[in-house]
Design a protein around this ligand. Structure first.
Ligand code: DGY
Length: 312
């Protein structure tokens, strides 16, 4: 008998196939009446595969109380109520490492786009405006300063790439780290004041919610650029919109939003912002590898083996 798994959010096709080979699946995302659906499988489900969009609340855990493991598709597991999982003795896994390069690449793509006005120039050509004159100039990247908020695996990969573009890197986090070659700045406002680009790549926790305050945003200043490839709620989004409107911040390049997939109307109308639909890990290779980690963790759990990437 295959263990029964609740699949809370749809996963890539290869992941779904691998899940189907190993487990009996219950696809929550296909259910019209999710409460009735969950009631029907209440005592059979022993694992949950989920992702950032759906997560796993305490209520979901209680709806399928025989759950032993939650495998999150994504390195960030802020949408899983880890406290509730621990209290119920449910293991939680995530998908680190396999997405580091892709998220770091996207951070650099956003930085370069904001500086060199790539998306904006593309809109300019498509609108036939080149025939009427030249596009406004962007800014050079080489020789500028980049501050990184959160120097974990992805933050370090961003720093390495940034150096290749001749950016001077410094970083902020809860504490300095030994053996890190980039200078640590303990004061986030001071870091923002000093750099040209501030890239946010820390996890969303209760301590990092709105870590990027109005003061930090305004410290970046009218020539500064804020890049967010972490989670929307790490940035005070209303303050960000106001700063952009008032010219107190130069540019924003955002892959994530406070209430995604909803994006503030005001941002849609601005030419000095780059807006992406949470694309950090969105490559075929990486999403396939993330899905494989979800499957491997579930398989390991039900085979009584150690979990590959346990976070709780
Ligand atoms: C993650 O892994 O947390 C990413 O945001 C998903 O794309």
């Amino acid at each position: 008998m295959k263990p029964e798994i609740l699949v809370a959010s749809q996963m890539p096709a290869p992941t779904m196939r691998a899940l189907e080979e190993n487990f009996t699946l219950h696809k929550l995302y296909e259910a019209e009446d999710q409460a009735a659906f969950l009631a029907g499988i209440k005592d059979r489900v022993r694992g949950i595969a989920t992702s950032g969009g759906k997560g796993a609340s305490a209520a979901l855990m209680d709806a399928v109380p025989k759950t032993e493991i939650i495998a999150n598709f994504g390195v960030g597991y802020d949408a899983v109520d880890v406290g509730a999982a621990k209290a119920r003795n449910i293991a939680v896994t995530n998908t680190p490492d396999v997405l580091t390069d892709d998220v770091a690449d996207l951070a650099l793509a956003l930085l370069l786009d904001a500086a060199r006005l790539v998306s904006r120039a593309d809109r300019f050509v498509r609108a036939g405006q080149w025939l009427k004159g030249n596009h406004p100039l962007g800014h050079a990247v080489a020789g500028k300063k980049l501050g990184i908020v959160g120097l974990g695996r992805i933050g370090a990969a961003i720093a390495t790439r940034a150096e290749a573009f001749k950016l001077q890197v410094s970083w902020y986090g809860p504490r300095p780290k030994p053996d890190v070659k980039w200078p640590y700045v303990a004061d986030l406002v001071a870091l923002a004041r000093d750099v040209d680009f501030l890239c946010v790549i820390c996890p969303l926790t209760k301590d990092t919610h709105h870590l990027i305050t109005r003061e930090v945003i305004e410290a970046l200043g009218p020539e500064g650029t804020l890049i967010n490839v972490a989670r929307g709620p790490v940035v005070d989004e209303p303050a960000l919109v106001e700063a952009l409107k008032a010219g107190k911040l130069g540019h924003a390049a955002l892959d994530v939003f406070e209430d995604e997939p909803r994006v503030p109307e005001a941002l849609l109308a601005m030419d000095n912002v780059v807006l992406l639909p949470h694309q950090g890990s969105a490559t075929i290779e990486t999403r396939t590898a993330m899905g494989q980690l979800v499957v491997d963790n579930l398989v390991a759990h039900f085979a009584g083996q150690p979990l590959l990437t346990r976070v709780a």
